[in-house]
Design a protein around this ligand. Structure first.
Ligand SMILES: C=CC1=C(C)c2cc3[nH]c(cc4nc(cc5[nH]c(cc1n2)c(C)c5CCC(=O)O)C(CCC(=O)O)=C4C)c(C)c3C=C
Ligand SMILES: [Fe+2]
Ligand SMILES: [Fe+2]
Length: 335
């Protein structure tokens, strides 16, 4: 087809897959962490308080003290290729590139910080994507994670004259491929240990208890993942919720409290995994693998192992590939 000479160029139609994760600072210093936390904790999907009540606390207290402390924590886990969360998400995107045929481009973005969701959607559209699958990489649905990532994408669409068609990846907390990938990863991790754990703990990011009462399915999704993983492994999986923030009641039991009481109950050897995180990050590498270990050993535990997330392992990538291919059906034909 020939376009008239004054017609804007039209690129070859393509399909985009946008992997979306939470976000992370650009550098492990207080200034970068302050900018990141300012954006993250101002999201009304994350802290469900009116701005007039919350912003003075956030700006006047939290952003004056927390960035320095968090920057130190980040510096303990920072890699040569940057923040673990960003580096691993980028690797996942690179490993999936080309997996769905030539017409499908895979990219990644962060809900807070860089690369931003609006930027990457604009880039996909400019590259000719007329259809985009938004893939929030949270197995368990939560308004504070899944919904806000999609909201950010939809806000960008609101600015576009020619919008791409959109699909969103549903939560995959009970997807047989996800449970099988977790089972495989845990079995490999346990086989490599020089001790046999008395308990296997699945630690999920916590949320205020109130969100469960308001109808967020997150708690139920976490319970189901833990149950299905336990059934797949044929052993008990103890559930716990980590990273409490603020003074409100959060989902129970708390991971730190669980690790502190287990040794007195005779559980001296534990292995812990974080199935809700698709990539290792500050909350797993620092909070669980460093501080969790310290508190368990201080409480009288003898052996502690942190089992890494699915990350860009072959099993993790194969699982994402299958799920994404399923969601692309009708847009691209399966191989
Ligand atoms: C009200 C506060 C918070 C809610 C609610 C919350 C929910 C939530 N978060 C994740 C996943 C991640 N959180 C991460 C870091 C992080 N989370 C909070 C607070 C809340 N999270 C803070 C203040 C921070 C920053 C670090 C710190 O200062 O302690 C991360 C890691 C980011 C990284 O850069 O590595 C992830 C991932 C989920 C899944 C979730 C609800 C289900
Ligand atoms: Fe968090
Ligand atoms: Fe529940």
């Amino acid at each position: 087809m020939t376009l008239p000479p004054d017609h804007p160029p039209i690129p070859r139609p393509r399909i985009g897959v946008l992997l979306m994760n939470l976000g992370t600072p650009d550098a492990p210093d207080a200034k970068s962490v302050k900018r990141y936390l300012g954006e993250f904790l101002s999201d009304r999907r994350v802290v469900e308080l009116p701005a007039f009540a919350w912003q003075p606390i956030l700006r006047g207290i939290i952003l004056q003290t927390r960035p320095k402390k968090s920057a130190h924590a980040y510096s303990l886990v920072w890699r040569d290729d940057g923040s673990p969360l960003a580096a691993i998400t980028k690797l996942q995107s690179a490993r999936l590139q080309g997996a769905f045929g030539e017409s499908v481009m895979v990219d990644w973005a962060m809900r807070y910080g860089n690369p931003s969701i609006p930027d990457r959607i604009a880039a996909m559209k400019a590259a000719g994507c007329e259809r985009i699958l938004l893939a929030p990489l949270y197995p368990q649905y939560c308004a504070a994670t899944t919904a806000t990532a999609n909201d950010k994408a939809f806000a960008q669409l609101a600015t576009m004259r020619w919008q791409p068609a959109i699909r969103t990846l549903p939560p995959y907390h009970d997807d047989p491929g996800y449970i099988a990938a977790l089972k495989e990863s845990v079995a490999t991790g346990l086989a490599a240990l020089d001790f046999v754990p008395d308990a296997l703990i699945a630690s999920f990011h916590g949320m205020p208890q109130r969100t469960l009462e308001l109808g967020d399915p997150y708690h139920c999704h976490c319970q189901k993942t833990a149950r299905l993983l336990g059934e797949a492994l044929g052993r008990e999986v103890t559930i716990a919720f980590q990273s409490r923030f603020g003074r409100a009641q959060w989902l129970q039991p708390a991971t730190d409290a669980t690790l502190a009481v287990l040794p007195a109950a005779g559980v001296k050897k534990v292995a812990i995994l974080a199935p809700g995180f698709s990539a290792d990050c500050l909350e797993t590498l620092e909070e669980l693998a460093i501080r969790g270990r310290e508190s368990f050993i201080e409480a009288g535990g003898t052996d502690f192992a942190y089992l890494t997330c699915l990350n860009d392992t072959p099993g993790g990538i194969a699982m994402l590939r299958r799920m994404i291919a399923r969601e692309l059906q009708g847009w691209v034909s399966p191989d």
